[in-house]
Write a new protein. Structure first.
Length: 154
């Protein structure tokens, strides 16, 4: 008999603004160190990545300004909505990211948060370089051209 997946509801929350503002060079999937009712709020889909960013402190990677709304059915044991959360990566990946951050103009951006097959919350992060205004204009032109081609096909 096949094993049932208890976590059938898919959670896939994206930071849409990130792909417009940054050019992604490399992506990683990191675990999240959560407390209390945070995982329940994530499973309800009450997460915002719009203002979130990652930074290093004492060789560890943290995400800041990621908003996880308080769980609605919790009493006074609820979590703080915008606390900083530790990201869980291999030491080799952390060293690689930290060395890349020394380059000018690179930053680590949270791209999406999802629940994997085991029911664990994962955060996809990307090493990115900020786009200039002309880069954004080129992306908009490409999207418009693609949209026009799709219209013609129908």
């Amino acid at each position: 008999m096949a094993k049932e997946n208890r976590f059938s509801k898919t959670i896939n929350i994206k930071n849409r603004k990130a792909s417009f503002e940054f050019e992604f060079l490399d992506t990683y999937v990191a675990g999240l160190s959560l407390v209390g009712t945070e995982i329940k709020s994530i499973r309800e889909g009450k997460v915002s990545l719009k203002e979130a960013y990652c930074y290093f402190r004492r060789g560890e990677l943290f995400v800041k300004q990621m908003h996880i709304s308080p769980y609605s059915q919790a009493a006074h044991f609820n979590h703080d909505a915008v606390r900083e959360r530790k990201l869980l990566l291999n030491k080799r990946e952390l060293d690689k990211l930290e060395s890349k951050l020394t380059e000018k103009g690179l930053s680590i951006i949270p791209v999406r948060i999802f629940i994997n097959n085991k029911g664990l919350a994962k955060l996809e992060i990307a090493l990115g370089r900020g786009k200039k205004l002309h880069d954004k204009r080129q992306d908009i032109k490409k999207k418009d051209a693609k949209r026009e081609l799709d219209k013609m096909a129908y």
